[in-house]
Design a binder for this molecule. Structure first.
Ligand SMILES: [Zn+2]
Length: 238
């Protein structure tokens, strides 16, 4: 009996590891939001809402561009797991040049235009943080600049070291909370939303995933909701 359960647990574990290794795209929304906690620690006078929005600025732009058709996401015909989602075309929201320019531009506008240097710098760092985290986790889907198709960037942490990447990502979320000195409720939210991504890897909810196949905008909406919920929760509990 015990051996049987042990075997089943091992099987499930290997399945989860296999699914994690298929992960290529978006970093967990919760950990981008958690990054705002560290930035806020150094910019105590800046309202955290500015920082939260800046850490997810690239993703929010990605959502908008998907809705209006400038960028595209596609899925395999028969979608089984998260690896079947392809962030096939996102040269504007996720390119090195546009995001570096956006962060500098936002700093310039907020600091010089509105006379708020601290907010300007915090927002600039927030936008850059998203770029850096995505460069580490994504698998070669970040363009250097729009219209440069040849070379794409991304260390592909998940593709190369799936288990370490998953542990590292949860560890990163916890580190953000710890550095900030947040509440237990905040820690619970960070842990919960990290773990909530696990079912995305496991092909155990056939209904939900089948519905998403060939309906990329549904995926976009799903991610959009996740961004808003995580930003709101981190903001409220910080
Ligand atoms: Zn991103």
């Amino acid at each position: 009996m015990l051996i049987q359960w042990g075997f089943k647990a091992l099987l499930l574990l290997s399945k989860i590891i296999d699914m994690i290794s298929q992960r290529r795209g978006l970093m967990f929304a919760i950990n981008h939001a958690a990054t705002a906690l560290i930035i806020n620690k150094f910019f105590k006078d800046v309202p955290i809402i500015w920082i939260l929005l800046s850490t997810q600025f690239m993703e929010l732009l990605w959502v908008l561009f998907n809705y209006i058709g400038i960028e595209r996401t596609s899925t395999e015909k028969d979608m089984k797991y998260v690896g079947d989602i392809h962030l096939s075309y996102m040269p504007y929201s996720h390119s090195l040049l546009t995001m570096a320019s956006m962060s500098i531009l936002s700093w310039f506008i907020i600091s010089k235009g509105f006379g708020e240097p601290a907010i300007g710098l915090a927002v600039c760092i927030g936008i850059l943080s998203h770029l850096v985290l995505d460069l580490i986790t994504h698998s070669r889907d970040i363009a250097i600049a729009p219209f440069i198709k040849e070379r794409k960037l991304g260390l592909g942490l998940y593709a190369n070291f799936p288990v370490s990447a998953f542990i590292l990502e949860i560890g990163y979320g916890i580190a953000c909370w710890w550095i900030y000195g947040g509440s237990i409720a905040l820690l619970a939210v960070i842990l919960l939303f990290n773990l909530a991504n696990l079912p995305m890897f496991v092909a155990s909810i056939p209904g939900a995933k089948q519905k998403m196949a060939n309906r990329p905008l549904l995926i976009t909406s799903f991610i959009f909701v996740q961004i808003i919920v995580t930003l709101t929760l981190v903001g409220l509990l910080s």
